[in-house]
Design a protein around this ligand. Structure first.
Ligand SMILES: Cc1cc2nc3c(=O)[nH]c(=O)nc-3n(C[C@H](O)[C@H](O)[C@H](O)COP(=O)(O)OP(=O)(O)OC[C@H]3O[C@@H](n4cnc5c(N)ncnc54)[C@H](O)[C@@H]3O)c2cc1C
Length: 335
């Protein structure tokens, strides 16, 4: 067991927040994990790529980085291939691995940072596709029972940036591996965002999953700040879901308000639009800011503390509530 003491977590979170972990280790299989858990009386902080967390304090206990690797086909039929992936694999290289083999389903999720194991935590989604669309099952170690359980898609209770792992099982599980059900024949999702325009700009004649992935990558690179250059964790807030009746009443007061219809008739409001209307886009105080191109993304320009970023998010929350009467919910896990 190799446990480091008093180490900076700056390199382990995409916000680049400099807090200390009292104890830090990595594990690459279940036995190592079980041994490390024996060392820690309190539940540890499990880290993947650190691209969906805001660290607001030093971690007094144990931080465990998931490095469980491996990708393998576990089953195949005429339509699908079932692929089990170690939770510590990095998401985007896994997407590229699928593209090389013509396995369809994850192309719209290209370039999302982070690990495979964290992807089901918030049911990652982008450009009209969510992980639940390709999810088959996962195995997770339940810490307080010291047992491994298999969770089906139903068990995971996926919702918009939600799963049971952010609810009932919060801080109680370590996801060990995820099995995806990928399509041998692609079903294209190109109506969302600028994908069609981008494909046209690229001059794509015969639609294929590599072209969709490339279009998504280009759009993302033009819109989102690169965490290697400016610390951030992607969208800081979720898009609030409200009833259609409430949307219509808001629309009377704010005719330009932006909302998208969900399948169930409810409306997903564009949080970025509301934040922008409150004047936050491009705002900066010290090293904490609201990105100039994408108001949903809070950024660390260098040496902001987690508390400063959190305090900015509080101010944004309050001003949106005051102006629109809508309560924003954080997508990022605040620790
Ligand atoms: C530039 C940028 C763009 C982004 N775009 C998107 C996007 O389009 N769509 C989207 O959905 N997200 C997006 N994100 C958010 C982020 O990439 C995803 O949420 C990603 O899945 C987080 O993975 P991670 O390994 O970095 O998780 P971490 O930040 O390490 O962890 C996130 C949470 O999951 C827990 N956790 C991590 N691994 C495990 C495990 N194996 N078992 C149990 N718990 C675990 C952690 O304790 C923490 O609570 C973006 C982030 C950035 C920086």
């Amino acid at each position: 067991m190799n446990i480091s003491e008093n180490i900076s977590l700056r390199a382990y979170n995409s916000f680049g927040i400099d807090v200390q972990a009292r104890y830090f280790s990595a594990f690459s299989d279940q036995d190592q994990l079980a041994e490390l858990l024996g060392f820690s009386p309190a539940p540890p902080l499990i880290l993947g790529g650190g691209s969906n967390i805001l660290l607001t304090r030093d971690i007094d206990g144990l931080v465990l980085k998931n490095e469980i690797r491996g990708v393998g086909v576990v089953h195949e039929d005429e339509e699908h291939v079932y692929v089990r992936v170690g939770a510590g694999e990095v998401w985007h290289p896994f997407v590229l691995y699928c593209l090389e083999r013509d396995w369809a389903g994850v192309e719209n999720l290209s370039l999302i940072p982070g690990s495979v194991g964290a992807a089901p935590m918030q049911n990652i989604g982008a450009y009209g596709v969510e992980i639940r669309d390709v999810f088959h099952e996962l195995e997770a170690y339940v810490i307080d029972e010291q047992k491994v359980y298999t969770f089906s898609a139903n068990d995971c209770e996926f919702g918009y940036r939600e799963s049971i792992f952010k609810g009932k099982y919060k801080d109680r599980v370590v996801i060990l591996n995820v099995t995806f059900r990928l399509n041998k024949k692609p079903v294209f999702h190109t109506s969302y965002g600028d994908i069609r325009n981008e494909l046209e700009r690229m001059g794509v004649k015969d639609l294929n999953i590599r072209a969709v992935s490339q279009a998504v990558i280009s759009i993302r690179q033009s819109k989102l700040p690169d965490p290697a250059k400016i610390g951030n964790a992607g969208s800081f807030f979720k898009n609030p879901q409200i009833s259609n009746a409430r949307f219509l009443s808001l629309k009377k007061k704010f005719p330009d308000i932006v909302g998208f219809a969900n399948y169930d008739g409810s409306i997903k409001l564009a949080a970025a639009w509301m934040i922008e209307q409150c004047g936050w886009k491009g705002y900066r105080k010290g090293d904490a800011g609201c990105h100039a191109k994408q108001a949903l993304v809070l950024v660390n320009y260098g040496n902001a503390s987690g508390k400063e970023i959190y305090s900015l998010s509080e101010d944004i929350y309050k001003s949106v509530k005051k102006k629109f009467g809508v309560e924003l919910e954080r997508e990022v896990n605040v620790i």
